[in-house]
Write a protein that binds this ligand. Structure first.
Ligand code: SAH
Length: 205
């Protein structure tokens, strides 16, 4: 899988070396783990999906993060993208709104010794008590860019967020100053993520 991604020639070594260290099959239900190293998004619990490896590589690349930076991820899901960010040497804070996925991914990440801080919460609100963040990555499709998240981004920081409805546009926002006119907004093509939804969701296990 990594060689296939390397062959595309668009992802840097920092991202691909980190991805090479993360066992993606351990982030899937066992019935699907035989497909873990194909470049496909796959279903996880609660009607959600683990992102496609090339999408994980792409978002990680757009973040342009350096080791030790503080990163907020919205949409822990399986925890795979979280683990890749940890393997890149980042200090990761991740939020998930589905209690069941939060429980599974928190236990999984800690069993695999990834030191991400996992939170059950609504990513629209972010984590003001841990802000500001150097980088923010959203792994669900946001109807609009949440202002609370922009507020929690450091000046000089970068947010990578798929913006739109059923299809979204991969968007990179660089906060070059405090005013809305200081935002450098760039678009990187269409993508399809599960939607970013407000409020927590509890399902019986
Ligand atoms: N990075 C994950 C992607 C999972 S899919 C992975 O690779 O496995 C996106 C996740 O975002 C889903 O688990 C969904 O429940 C979560 N999500 C959607 N809206 C959210 C919100 N407002 N706050 C936190 N998580 C949210």
């Amino acid at each position: 899988m990594i060689n296939q991604l390397r062959g595309k020639g668009v992802f840097g070594d920092a991202v691909l070396d980190a991805m090479a260290k993360v066992p993606r099959h351990l982030f899937l239900e066992t019935a699907l783990d035989y497909m873990a190293y194909e470049d496909k998004a796959l279903p996880i619990k609660c009607g959600q999906t683990i992102s496609q490896p090339s999408t994980v590589a792409f978002q990680s690349e757009l973040l342009d993060a350096k080791p030790d930076m503080k990163v907020l991820e919205v949409g822990t899901g399986s925890g795979y993208q979280t683990a890749v960010l940890c393997a890149m040497g980042l200090r990761v804070f991740t939020i998930e709104r589905q209690k069941e996925l939060f429980d599974i991914s928190k236990a999984r990440l800690s069993a695999l010794r990834y030191r991400a801080k996992c939170f059950l919460g609504d990513g629209y609100a972010g984590l003001p008590e841990y802000s500001p963040f150097d980088r923010i990555i959203i792994t669900c499709g946001a109807p609009e860019v949440p202002q609370a998240l922009l507020d929690q981004l450091k000046t000089g920081g970068v947010m990578v967020i798929p913006v739109g409805g059923t299809r979204q546009e991969m968007t990179r926002i660089e906060k070059r100053g405090p005013a809305p006119s200081d935002l450098l907004i760039q678009h990187f093509g269409d993508c399809t993520f599960v939607p970013m939804v407000k409020k927590l969701a509890y399902r019986a296990l």
